[in-house]
Design a binder for this molecule. Sequence first.
Ligand code: PMP
Length: 445
Amino acid sequence: MSVDTTASATATNDLSSFWMPFTANRQFKSAPRMLTRAKGMFYETSEGRPVLDGTAGLWCCNAGHGDPRIVSAIQNQAAELDYAPAFQMGHPLAFTLASRLAQLMPGDLNRVFFTNSGSESVDTALKIALAYHRVRGEATRTRLIGRERGYHGVGFGGISVGGIVNNRRFFGSLLNGVDHMRHTHQPELNAFTRGQPEHGAELADDLERIVALHGAETIAAVIVEPMAGSTGVLMPPKGYLERLRSICDKYGILLIFDEVITGFGRLGSSFAVERFGVIPDLVTTAKGITSGTVPMGAVFARDGIYDAFMHGAPNAIELFHGYTYSAHPLACAAALATLDIYRDDKLFERADSLAQYWEDAAFSLKGISNVVDIRTMGLIAGIELSSRPGAIGERAFEAFLKCYDKGVMIRTTGDIIALSPPLIIEKEHIDQIFNTLAEVLPTIA
Ligand code: PMP
C-alpha cells in the first residue's frame, strides 16, 4: 500500500494520538499552531501565514531552513547508502565528518563519538567520564556534579545532573551520587549587563566545597552549560569558567561543557570553548551540527581521554556504548553539507558581526514595564519579565501567543523570552523581532 504524504494527508483534524513533548497537550489541541513549510528565515503555518523564526526552531536551525545544499546532500545520500551500522563497520562519511568536526573544535578535543540528540550526547559524555576513571584504575570516581538550573536533556543522566525541578520531580530517585553547584543567575547584581556579568566567579568555589565534603577521589566529572540556554540564557560570570577549569585540574576531575545550544556559531564563534577560551575535557553537541535537519549529536573528547581506552588487547572493544544510529549516513551527509555552509557563507563570523546590532535591538526593550533583565551574546538573547504572583510563565507565554499571531516565533522558559535566530538573519528581521516585542510587551498586564 502506498502512503499518502501530501499536504492534504498531513492536514489532519485528528490530533488525539500524538502525545506532544513538553507541551500543554489539551490547550494546544484546542487551538493548534501547525507549521507546514519552512524556507530561509520563515516558517509557514497551515493557513499559509509566514512566521519569522526567532528561535532557529529549537535553537538548532543555524543555517536557516530549506537550504538546497543540505536538501540535496540528504537526498543523494538516501539513494547512495541509506543506512550502515557503525559497530565493527564503518562508512567513509562518518570518518570524514569526525575529522572535519575535530578541526573546528579548538584544543585537543579531537575524538568524536556520534549520538542522535543532545540528551544522548550528555549521557554519553557522563558514561565516558565514568569509564575513563575506571580504565585508569580510579574506580572510586563515580560522583557526578551538575548545577542548579542546568539543562542537560531528558535522559536519566541528564535529568540527574540537570537542575530544573519540573524535569526531575516526577521521575523517582534518579542517579545516585550526584551533587549540584549553585547557579550563577544573580539579577540583583548583574541585571542588564551586556555580555558576561561582573559578579559570580566565586560561585565556582562550590566545587571546592563539594570536594571537601566527599573527597576528590570520589568525583568523576562536572558538567555545565558554558552559557545556560534553556533556563533563560544565563551568561557565565567573568572568570567563572576559568575557575572551574582550575579546580578540576587541581583535583583530577573531568570538566564537561554542554554545548548543545552554544555550539556551531550561536555565540559568534565555532563553540563556547573558543569564545571563552576555556578547554574542557569533553564537549557535548547536537542541534546545529546538522542545522536541525536530521537528528544527530556528537561528543568531543580530548586525545588523552580516547588514548586511555586504547591500552587493552587490540581486538577488544574499548567502550561498551553506542547507538544503532550513531553516525547515521543521512545525518553525516546533512552535517557535512551544513559545515560547508557555515564555512562558505561565513555564518559564525556573520553571527559575530551582527551581535552588536542584535544587542542594541534587544536593549531597546529596556524600560518597558515588566522587563526586569536583558542578556545577550552573539545571536542569542534572554528577555526576562517579572512574573505574575503565583503564575510563573504566564506573562511570557502570553507574549509568545501574541508574537506568533503577529508573525514572529519566540520561545519562553518560565517568564524569560529566549531568542536564538538562524545565523542567516538580516537586520530587517532583527528589527521585526524586536519591534514586534516592543508592541506586544506593553500590552501584557
Ligand atoms: N543539553 C542542552 C544544553 C540543551 O539545550 C538541550 C536541548 N535544548 C539538550 C541537552 C538536549 O538535547 P535534545 O533535546 O536533542 O535531546
